[in-house]
Write a protein that binds this ligand. Sequence first.
Ligand SMILES: Nc1nc2c(ncn2[C@@H]2O[C@H](COP(=O)(O)OP(=O)(O)OP(=O)(O)O)[C@@H](O)[C@H]2O)c(=O)[nH]1
Ligand SMILES: [Mg+2]
Length: 444
Amino acid sequence: MIYNDTIAAISTPIGEGALGVIRLSGPQALEILKVTFHGAAAPQPRRVHYGEVHDQSGKLDSVLVTYFQAPKSYTGEDVVEVSFHGGILLTQRIFQLFLQMGARAAGPGEFTQRAFLNGKMDLTQAEGVLDLIKAQTDLALRAANEQLSGRLGQSLIELREKLLTILAHVEAYIDFPDDEIDPETGQLLIERVEQCQTQVERLLSTAEQGRVLRHGLRTVIFGAPNVGKSSLLNLLLGYDRAIVSAFPGTTRDTIEEVINVRGIPVRLIDTAGIRESNDQLENEGIRRMYWQLGQADLLLCVVDGSQPAPDQQFADVGSAKTLLVLNKIDLGLHPDWTNSPGIRFSCTEQMGKEELNAAIWTKVMGGGVRLEDMHVAINARHQQCLMEARVALKEALSSLKEDVSPEFISIELRTALDAVGEVVGKVDAEEVLGKIFSQFCIGK
Ligand SMILES: Nc1nc2c(ncn2[C@@H]2O[C@H](COP(=O)(O)OP(=O)(O)OP(=O)(O)O)[C@@H](O)[C@H]2O)c(=O)[nH]1
Ligand SMILES: [Mg+2]
């Protein structure tokens, strides 16, 4: 074990709840429990004990305590979990008591960081814990669970092993400087590097879906005033979030809400209608709308399908990023739109919702690998590392093909190896670790 101090954290949200939970991890965890807990028997590993927690002045609460003996615990250290009645003051009193007894207040993600450093999980699994806590849809939850189970880590470890084998081969030639890599071995190594490249590409192809699952698909609803943008937001959301009125220019500020489209978290953003205006507030709304357009993953261009098509379209509705929504078709579709591929929609009649959801789904899942069939979806950090690996592998491959000296090939392979290793945490980079674990909540 690496640490000699014991950390404590309130592991439940601060507020009134049926239960509150405090966790302790470290070499003094059991000792702190023993002096504060009064029960029928001394705490045994993997048993739940009922009793009371006392401070100097007497009983604080009736509690249940669980003792997880190292190394069979979340962090790999001695861990104690105490659950009690979830009052705000009570939680603070018990927490303060543990601090007085020698524990230190844990920082964000410190429990998981210890779990990682004690070899209980690799870095992708630690990040899976964070994804699990933050998941907003079933699909995101499933991807997080897959990552937590170690599936991504496993495939990266296999990749590393393949790279190590290739490297060992190449380095064997360095030790015998008179030998060049013989053509047969050279060909074999080329094939193996190409296999590694395929694997890296496969993982990289899940980056976009991973980003959407973690952060939501930024979807901006835009169009002329009064076409029904806010009505569309309200309909998709299922309640009246935005003000709808028959006056053009109703929406000013942008309004953001997250919905779940078949497991994809979609961050819907309603914006001010685009038009020339002398109204300062409206112009500010339009300025914000343009800013949002620049940030969007997907654009829902809403038009009034019962009216003639405007001379000028606001966006390239043929672009892969844009879906055209022909709203108000309950009033009849204007002949201008007859051949339009836009989705026929009516907010008042609630028509076209399924078609729109299907179109959003296809935009996200359409190209490349389907997340349903995949078991991993990498995050931005993984993507960055794997892109470095991609570059290094490409270099290694062309060096191999051009019979460059083994020393150079070995350097390139090592770069690829390090980049892949960094994904699972097989590098000693304080900075990387600090950055990852600081995103966690305290107590995790
Ligand atoms: N008949 C019909 N009316 C609709 C439909 N959708 C919206 N409306 C009406 O159109 C008017 C404008 O709707 P909003 O949702 O406020 O339109 P908007 O695009 O957000 O307008 P701004 O915020 O002003 O840009 C309201 O009177 C709605 O009731 C529809 O599908 N059919
Ligand atoms: Mg509006």
